[in-house]
Design a protein around this ligand. Sequence first.
Ligand code: FAD
Length: 498
Amino acid sequence: MTEPVLIVGAGPVGLTMAAALARHDVPVRIIERAAARTDKSKALVLWSRTLELLDIQDCVAPFLAAGLKGTGARIIAGGRELVHLGLDRAATQYNYALFVPQSETERLLEEELARRGVTVERQVELATFTVAPDGVGATLRHLADGAEEAVRTRWLCACDGAHSTIRHGLGVDFTGSTEPSIWVLADVMISGALPVEVTVCWQEDGILAFFPIAPGRFRIIADVAVAPDGGAPSLAEVQALLDRRGPPGLTAHDPVWLSEFRINERKLKDYRVGPVFLAGDAAHVHSPAGGQGMNTGMQDAINLAWKLALVWHGAARPSLLDSYSPERSAIGEQVLRNAGRMTRVAILRNPILQRLRNAAAGVLGHLPALRQRLVDQFCELDLHYAESPLTVRAPHAAAHPAPGARTPDCAVVAPDGARGRLHEALREGRFVVLSVGASALSLPGSLARIARAAQARPTGPYQVGVCYLIRPDAYLALSTPATAPQPVFDFLDAIAAA
Ligand SMILES: Cc1cc2nc3c(=O)[nH]c(=O)nc-3n(C[C@H](O)[C@H](O)[C@H](O)COP(=O)(O)OP(=O)(O)OC[C@H]3O[C@@H](n4cnc5c(N)ncnc54)[C@H](O)[C@@H]3O)c2cc1C
């Protein structure tokens, strides 16, 4: 294969896809209609699981340097704190929410891409395309001079956002609805005492939520009864919302961005149509509650990129790519459901239901098991591929981590004695066969292109005497007793290219 993978759209998802492919020496072209990156804060949070995956991409450090670590989230109603979730309960080294404006996230991803020798081709749009079983023919339009260019690619990645040209061109259903609620958004400086946490205020006339952006700077969102004149609230209207619904003593000033938005809840059933893969907002859009839209899209990209890279290099069979859509579509459904539920609970208007909601939150929010579940859900540590075609329940599998679950980082030793971390070992884009409290498995040379062996002392959730087959994106494919490793060989033989 020689033609580059064509990535359409240089938002956070297209940039993540391009960087992840370029890391594994897959040639890419990434085109973007817009002349410049967004200057808007849009998606603000990088959650723990995304940070773990950026660590595996070997590029987390610049994000940590640029971001603001948020330690928790709280819900206030009637001047009383009902729930406080401390993110330090998350069992990961990234046990916080990293607040980074989307404009910065895109800048950092573009810099990472440049380090890999790839430049975003701006003012170039995908105009038309035709799909054949073995690839895609496309016409690119160079907006600076109107020139058109015919290209061919084996694989097309549609990272072209909620209004995706490619999704429209494929004529696939983007099923869902537009919610009737109206929301205002303000990216402002705030004077007054507000912690570096997500603060959600449930009031009788609606919700007001604060998200930290930078020291003293916050995103405010609120649902309102009537759309603001001119499509954006004035600073005075934002202050009135703060006074009515927020904690006392806060003053908004120096607005950076004032806007209005509606919530769309839509998703594709299949994220793949032949040689076309859809990812990010092109495949799913939902309520910003939980702040998971961009994170989900970036994780779509990382899921696809390691599979494409193994197939591109002839190390894995093309059938490996069949797992992308079922895995990511199931995650998209879960995110859509949770975000929709959170939004509907937050914007309840019926006073009796509001009282019931507040009473339930006050009680349930103090149950340790439920708090842990909520923390894991926000941090995206509970995401799993239990039902994936790539997940195998081998006989006598270990209970922890369960097949399909995330595999936490731990110290590992390579067969040559080199010490490191599991998530560092995964940077090569191969499966890691991890033997815990047992000798590293000896893998035949025929499997060396898709897997490597390592061993670990009994640690964290890993059980002694167990051999874990860990995917390049740190999810568990299967586990088996170290004394009975055949399921590992069977699995790898089934996906390795002949
Ligand atoms: C107000 C607001 C607040 C948000 N808050 C959050 C939040 O707190 N947390 C969260 O996770 N998410 C949030 N989101 C959602 C988040 O911004 C999106 O999920 C994210 O931008 C999706 O990234 P993407 O790369 O899929 O799409 P986009 O960022 O939309 O990028 C798609 C790119 O494709 C380009 N493009 C489109 N068509 C073509 C074409 N034919 N040829 C070439 N280029 C093309 C576009 O110009 C665009 O740059 C928010 C969004 C908004 C608007």
